[in-house]
Design a binder for this molecule. Structure first.
Ligand code: 13P
Length: 287
């Protein structure tokens, strides 16, 4: 059933778990994520990031996300990830998305707070939830393999707990994306997380904390972050990699012709397995 992100994060807070927020770039991605959520009986968030418009436009995949969320056997929120202009937020809300992120993290503090407050007012007219961001994740999604870029988030961009407190009181958001060492895309070095920062932010802010850049984080680090108050975890690159690499392997081994529908079925199978593992870690279930 389609629900707001706020209601899903309330469930997560009560159970001290995190809900997976998976970026969607295909119908197979939705099937994989909802299949895994229904098999484990866990709530989930389907999200779309405008950076993926060139893979599939929101006008095509957005209504399908909403429809499939409505028909799911578990609570599902449909969320706009990294919305950086109000037209995109309105477009998603008009389609029936139940949550939006206003990402003003690249702007000066006052402009970010003012923009996020407008997003909260806009979403309220639709009964939808809002995620804001303070601090920055270090780099845009998504790093392509082989690119020689440092993968450490700049410490100067890490979320300041006092600033986070002010930001939340000005804006009235429902969830706060924070920077504490994760980055989007593939990690080229083992990520080193500032776990204590999550605890310090949570002392100042009584809101669910959102982790971006979930791909490549160890299961143990996920558990540590969840123990300290992370309630929504954004995850995409490893899901896409799991599907792609499995298709590559199966196609290479195929003795016969490969049909396109074989590719879609392999993709769903591999992505669902990856999401199953991830959801179990996030919700403290046995593997
Ligand atoms: P990854 O692709 O690194 O998992 O990050 C996804 C994300 O944070 C989307 O906002």
């Amino acid at each position: 059933m389609l629900v707001t992100m706020k209601s899903i994060l309330k469930l997560a807070e009560a159970r001290k778990i995190a809900v997976g927020a998976f970026n969607i770039t295909s119908l197979e991605g939705i099937q994989a994520v909802l299949g895994a959520a229904e098999e484990t009986g866990q709530p989930v968030i389907l999200q779309f990031a405008p950076v993926h418009e060139s893979i599939i436009p929101i006008t095509v995949i957005g209504p399908i996300m909403v429809l499939m969320a409505e028909n799911a056997a578990v609570p599902v929120a449909v969320h706009l990830d990294h919305g950086d202009d109000f037209n995109k937020l309105k477009q998603a809300l008009d389609m029936g998305f139940t949550s939006v992120m206003y990402d003003g993290s690249a702007l000066p503090f006052e402009e970010n707070a003012a923009g996020t407050k407008i997003a909260v007012e806009l979403a309220a007219a639709y009964g939808a939830s809002v995620e804001g961001e303070i601090g920055a994740m270090g780099r845009e999604e998504f790093l392509s393999v082989g690119e020689e870029e440092e993968n450490e988030a700049e410490e100067s961009c890490y979320t300041d707990p006092d600033q986070a407190e002010t930001f939340v009181s000005i804006t009235g958001i429902d969830a706060l994306a924070c920077s504490f060492g994760t980055v989007h895309g593939l990690y080229l070095k083992k990520p080193s997380l500032d776990l204590d920062r999550i605890s310090r932010i949570r002392k100042k802010v009584a809101l669910p904390i959102v982790m971006h850049g979930g791909s490549g984080i160890s299961d143990e680090d996920f558990r540590q972050c969840i123990n300290r108050g992370v309630r929504k975890i954004n995850y995409y690159t490893y899901l896409a990699k799991a599907g792609g690499m499995y298709v590559k392997e199966k196609a290479a081994k195929a003795e016969d012709m490969v049909f396109y529908h074989d590719v879609t079925l392999w993709g769903v199978e591999a992505m669902k397995n990856d999401v199953l593992h991830t959801i179990k870690v996030f919700s403290g279930l046995k593997q």
